[in-house]
Ligand binder design. Structure first.
Ligand code: ADP
Length: 334
């Protein structure tokens, strides 16, 4: 459970809107439910914007009732659908979007998404004055200002379940598997999955690695009879194709690893209990922050407390892996 900030109710809204945007993440549905139920409880109307910013500029906006969000807490994906909308990078399009909200008397917008979606929300607020609150919805856990993002825990557990299965085959056939997990430029999923799966090695963008050394380590442990098989967890990194290239380079050095790219299975599935609680708390807190007069912030979690983080900071700063966690993981796993 989280420690909550004390907020007084200072502002009232006739209507607010909510959207999910960018890459989907398990837990977006409980976040939507949290916002809707919390707002309705305060007598605020809630509108759902379908397909992120694409739906906003197309006026694809519909009232949500308590019943609209029944029976979604356990579902992956997002009931509001998601999309990428390049047009929203244009200030004129954002001005038109604000006019659509104004016409409907919608005074505030809650955006659930990754750093791109939160950038769009910040610009909308700065240029048009629409109140916005962001919620960090991404499996990558790469958002500055929050220890945790909605979907991260589920993605780690989904990848872990897959790796436990792959290990059975690795052991039976005495092979090494390179298992690629998601995370873009962040090694957060890889470090957590690697530790939990007892991986023999974890390769992340935050720590340079050398193919010759990896090959030598595999050969040495094979010769010593301590490592006839194993799992090497590889973070996908910012450029596609890393794991296949690494496998080819290891092959040139006499190793014969198999490659398994977990891909989109990590983005789907029923959210874990942890993600459902996180998302529900963040959703309800988004409404409390709005009613306390906050705007242009993201709801985050820091050291077990719910916090508000200026969207400007969320966008400007990059979240790195906790260095001591990286050290500890690499001490055990490589
Ligand atoms: P995520 O939110 O998961 O990081 P994207 O980076 O694809 O995903 O961003 C999602 C959407 O957010 C984009 O399709 C666009 O509509 C909006 N967005 C992203 N970057 C910007 C930007 N610089 N200015 C305005 N809107 C943006």
């Amino acid at each position: 459970m989280y420690t909550l900030p004390e907020l007084s109710q200072e502002k009232s809204f006739e209507s607010i809107a909510i959207m999910t945007s960018g890459g989907d993440a398990p837990g977006m549905n409980p976040a939507v439910r949290g916002v809707v139920r919390a707002a309705l409880g305060l007598g605020i109307n809630v509108y759902g914007i379908y397909r992120g910013y694409s739906g906003l500029i197309a006026d694809d906006i519909h009232p949500l009732t308590s019943g609209s969000v029944s029976n979604i807490v356990q579902r992956g994906g997002t009931m509001l659908k998601s999309d990428r909308c390049l047009a929203f990078k244009d200030p004129e399009v954002r001005a038109a979007a604000a006019a659509i909200l104004k016409r409907r008397n919608i005074g505030a917008l809650v955006v659930i998404g990754g750093d791109g979606s939160l950038t769009g929300a910040h610009l909308l607020e700065q240029e048009t004055g629409v109140a916005v609150i962001g919620l960090p919805g991404t499996i990558d856990n790469d958002i500055f200002g929050t220890d945790d993002t909605i979907g991260f825990d589920t993605a780690v557990n989904t990848a872990l379940e897959a790796i436990d299965r792959i290990r059975d085959t690795a052991t039976s056939h005495e092979r090494h598997f390179l298992v690629e997990v998601m995370g873009r430029a962040s090694g957060s999923i890889a470090i957590n999955v690697g530790m939990a799966a007892g991986a023999e090695m974890i390769l992340v963008p935050e720590q340079a690695f050398d193919v010759a050394t990896i090959s030598e380590e595999l050969a040495t442990s094979r010769r010593a009879g301590t490592g006839s098989s194993g799992i090497i967890v590889v973070a996908e990194g910012p450029e596609p194709g890393l794991t296949s290239r690494l496998a080819a380079q290891l092959k040139e050095r006499g190793q014969d690893p198999r490659v398994c790219i977990l891909g989109h299975i990590q983005r789907g599935g029923s959210p874990t209990g942890h993600d459902r609680v996180l998302a529900t708390c963040m959703g309800a807190m988004a409404v409390r922050y709005l009613c306390a007069g906050y705007s242009d912030i993201m709801v985050g979690v820091k050291d077990g407390s719910i916090v508000d983080v200026p969207l400007e900071d969320v966008i400007r700063f990059r979240k790195g892996l906790e260095p001591s966690l990286l050290d500890l993981a690499l001490q055990v796993h490589r």
